[in-house]
Design a protein around this ligand. Sequence first.
Ligand SMILES: C[S@@+](CC[C@H](N)C(=O)[O-])C[C@H]1O[C@@H](n2cnc3c(N)ncnc32)[C@H](O)[C@@H]1O
Length: 202
Amino acid sequence: MADKKYLTSTYDIETSDEIRDHYNEWSESYDRELEEHGYVTPQRCAQALKSVGTPPNSLILDFGCGTGVSGAAFHHEGFTNLIGCDVSSEMLRLATDKGLYQQTFIIEPGAKVEGKYDVVAAVGVIGVGAAPPEAFDIVMQILNPGGRFVFSYNDKALSDPRFTKKLTEHIKKGASLIFEEHGDHIPGIGLFSTVYVLQAPA
Ligand SMILES: C[S@@+](CC[C@H](N)C(=O)[O-])C[C@H]1O[C@@H](n2cnc3c(N)ncnc32)[C@H](O)[C@@H]1O
């Protein structure tokens, strides 16, 4: 059984520097640890995106792509037009090496991201111990009109009103929630998540 040192400590870190250091250190054992504990949210997000009729050739930014576990799930569901970005250079290096992304680039926590995308994915990215609620605003700014944001909030994010308020705020501004489903996140540590697909105004 893989160590779950990083997996369990991940929800206790707060500043963006601590978060980046944490993922840089975790990168080498991340895939093994998550696989052993049954991380299923990437597959659930990819299936959700497909279930709402998203064209397979959509240009997708995997925001917080990590080592590419989420990219592999999108590939599996036929979404291969993928670009990845992350704040952790070590996580991103492993994602790049997998050859799943047409391009990868590093981002600064909280900084504006360039480009426009049909879909942005943030799988296991926005929440306690990872990207703050403001990352939601960064993502919504880079969606094409009518573009889709597929993301997950685990139960720790769901119980923190800062995260749920962000979603409500964007719905009030005109985005439509077209998919929402609560289910397993990391069954090995008894954690669940809700997967959402939010569509930007046309
Ligand atoms: C739990 S991992 C998820 C990685 C990948 N999406 C997956 O499903 O395996 C969270 C990722 O979010 C990244 N991250 C943390 N803070 C971020 C921020 N402010 N903006 C973008 N990504 C961030 C981390 O570096 C890490 O790679």
